[in-house]
Design a protein around this ligand. Sequence first.
Ligand SMILES: [Zn+2]
Length: 302
Amino acid sequence: MKKILLLIIIGFMAITLSACDETRDSDKLQVVATTTYVGDMVRNVGGNLVEVSVLMDVGVDPHEYQPRQSDTEKIASADLLVINGLNLEEMMGEVFRQIGDDKLLVLGDYVDQADLLFEENDEVDPHIWFDLEIWQSLTLVVAEKLGTLDENNHLYYQTRAKEYSLDLKMLDVYIQDRIDVVPEDKHVLVTAHDAFAYFGRSYGFDVYAVQGISTEAEASISDIDELAQLLVDLDINKVFWETSVPQSTVNALVAAAQALDHDVSVGGELYSDSTGGWDDGHETLIRTYRNNVDTIIDALME
Ligand SMILES: [Zn+2]
């Protein structure tokens, strides 16, 4: 009797497993990425050999993202989970701890400590995709990991990583060219939260934000008043919304500066912690970053 029961169970498992197999393209590595930027990186390096699923939708704030049941299921059936790390995905720690090291790639762990930026309280700044040199170096890290899981195609991933790295280099040249025409005293960027420090370091911009590197804590009235006073002192006339942070944060800053009789307006909306989407044509880091820089420069040169 026991034997029959066992056979039934085994038979049932076989059916369930084959049903799972039908939903996945078995030739391709199945990779799950947390953010749109990480997903974009894996797509570029993995090319046709990798199926990428991104957990956070376009416009979602990764600092506040709570994992769903369907996320854990996706991760469980994937070959690899790639995350930004450096505490960007603050609420997902428990999910990450349950994954074996061989199935988890934490990009932030591969950034040289000396290249990272830190807040005054020693909190590390996780917005590393805006440092194109760092992001370029991570293409090879992703290629190496994919090559370990799929050894026959090791060279394919390496080649794609080098090609993508060149595309990022061309983006860097484009950004530098655009910024070169802006007078240095206008090299100031004010946004909702502190996501642009790596951009600032790369291209010589002073960056200020209402909130710190995380959006988890609400901005206080004194934060807003202090920054409004700074806009007056430095005669800054443009501030920027971010797609993954409510516009009210920056609107409160504009109102506070106007109350001090200072002329300030919103220069446009930037993509900070999420790329744009397929519908607006900014679904990759390259398109997103280009669009951000165009928005910033056009507003500053008005
Ligand atoms: Zn952020």
